[in-house]
Design a protein around this ligand. Structure first.
Ligand SMILES: Cc1cc2nc3c(=O)[nH]c(=O)nc-3n(C[C@H](O)[C@H](O)[C@H](O)COP(=O)(O)OP(=O)(O)OC[C@H]3O[C@@H](n4cnc5c(N)ncnc54)[C@H](O)[C@@H]3O)c2cc1C
Length: 421
């Protein structure tokens, strides 16, 4: 990345944070060679780092519908759908693999998207479990009713991943947006200096108008979403590896202390979460982190829903054809992983639940009197030109993984800044 330690030019835009949304916005704004953009990024350049470019699956479906109901009238799905299609290009596998993976849900519009992030399917003909996953859901009358790229992903499906098919590497904001535009003289990424005091005013305002995500408005919005006929309460997934959720506090993650043998792992995420965390600023020094308390499972409904999904995983594992690939009486990685009833499932959730690493909503786009930090145009209340464009503006956590919505929000904001409504 090009880098500067002394900022001697006047910039039209200063983007703080060169992550997913920062690089997307910076790359779009610098398309105009007269517009000078500086990105201030705390981290290093990892474009060649194998820990970054070796891909992991991404659950790429996206969800947005309820934002409009929270006072954001012009952030509807109809407005946002084109922006989802601006960030990715989908590579559909050959006919045999497509049939094997049950990809008949892919529409012509999905195929027509021509954005910079490369999306492909990692499932192959040689892997019978990907097919068994889809067929098991069909057998339980949960076949796909729609297209996950358009938010209708109730049912079992093989998921796309942000993997560049040709290089088999991760396709992400730095490789897809930044790398091709890195030669532009009007785009500078400074990754040598973390921002420690960019705007005292912003800091003040964030203190003054903290996002209180525990309010009734959001609770009611989630209730409405859950009552929609094509909406799910959870996301279930499977991967062909072992996870150990029973480590003590000294273990770093679920990939430690594994048992010998071949395993698959089944998992459940909650789609719409009622528990609300908080992240108040506790110091007037920007170098001091806010006090982040996610308050996981603090709403009793979350525990109940998640426990019921864990119970459903038991049903799934016993249903054909998936069950044919699981050894009868085979091992699980912990005795409590045999979940017999709802109480056992709740205990299991309490002792093993992990974060899905999708923090959002700390600067929510909500009406100011509802604890919002930014308005419909993502401008911080009380300012004229300070914007927040990242996962923190989401008024509700989307059902799917965050990245697709982060890209769509960044694409739209770049358009808004350029003067397009
Ligand atoms: C472990 C993990 C796994 C995930 N897996 C998935 C997945 O499979 N699929 C999916 O869709 N989503 C996934 N996510 C979520 C997704 O990565 C994030 O939601 C998304 O990247 C958020 O984008 P952002 O632009 O809001 O923030 P980021 O991409 O995090 O960008 C923020 C940037 O700001 C920089 N920064 C921070 N402080 C400063 C400072 N003071 N000065 C300058 N720069 C600063 C950071 O270094 C960073 O580059 C995962 C997240 C994690 C942590």
């Amino acid at each position: 990345m090009s880098s500067t330690t002394e900022v001697d030019t006047s910039y039209d835009f200063i983007v703080v944070g060169g992550g997913t949304s920062g690089l997307t916005v910076a790359s779009r704004l610098s398309e105009d060679s007269e517009t000078h953009v500086l990105v201030l990024e705390a981290g290093d350049n990892h474009l060649a780092d194998p820990r970054v470019i070796i891909p992991a699956p991404l659950y790429a479906s996206s969800w947005l519908r309820a934002w409009a109901r929270l006072g954001n009238d012009w952030w509807t799905w109809a407005v946002m759908e084109p922006y989802y299609r601006e960030f990715y290009t989908l590579h559909v596998p050959d006919e045999a693999t497509s049939q094997h993976l049950g990809l008949d849900y892919i529409t012509e519009a999905d195929k027509a998207a021509r954005g910079p992030v490369q999306v492909s399917y990692t499932g192959v003909l040689q892997d019978p479990l990907s097919k068994a996953w889809v067929d098991t859901f069909k057998g339980m009358n949960y076949g796909m009713a729609g297209d996950p790229f358009s938010c209708r992903s109730l049912g079992g499906y093989a998921n796309a991943a942000t993997v560049d098919q040709s290089s088999k590497t991760r396709s992400y904001a730095a490789s897809a947006y930044y790398a091709p535009s890195s030669k532009r003289t009007n785009l500078i990424v400074d990754h040598s200096n973390p921002v420690s005091d960019i705007s005292a005013k912003l800091h003040e305002l964030l203190q003054q108008y903290p996002s209180d995500a525990r309010n009734k408005l959001q609770y009611d919005a989630i209730c409405k979403i859950l009552q929609e006929p094509d909406e799910g309460t959870g996301a279930l997934f499977m991967f062909l590896a072992q996870a150990n959720l029973h480590n003590d506090d000294t273990a770093k993650d679920y990939r430690q202390n594994l048992q010998p043998g071949s395993f698959i792992s089944l998992g459940a995420c909650q789609a719409h979460v009622f528990s609300r965390g908080s992240s108040p600023i506790v110091s007037d020094k920007l170098s001091e982190a806010p006090n982040i308390d996610p308050r996981y499972l603090s709403h009793p409904l979350d525990l109940e829903l998640l426990a019921r999904h864990v119970q459903f995983l038991e049903r799934l594992a016993r249903s054909p054809p998936l069950t044919n690939y699981i050894k009868p009486g085979g091992k699980r990685n912990h005795s409590t992983a045999y979940v017999e009833d709802l109480d056992a499932a709740k205990d299991y959730v309490r002792t093993t639940a992990l974060s899905a690493y999708h923090p959002a909503g700390t600067c929510a786009m909500l009406p100011r009197n509802e604890g919002g930090v930014v308005d419909n145009r993502l401008i911080v209340y009380g300012t004229t030109n300070v914007r927040v464009v990242d996962a923190s503006i989401m008024p509700l956590i989307p059902r799917s993984n965050l990245q697709s919505t982060v890209y769509a929000v960044a694409e739209r904001d770049a358009d808004l800044i350029k003067g397009h409504p």
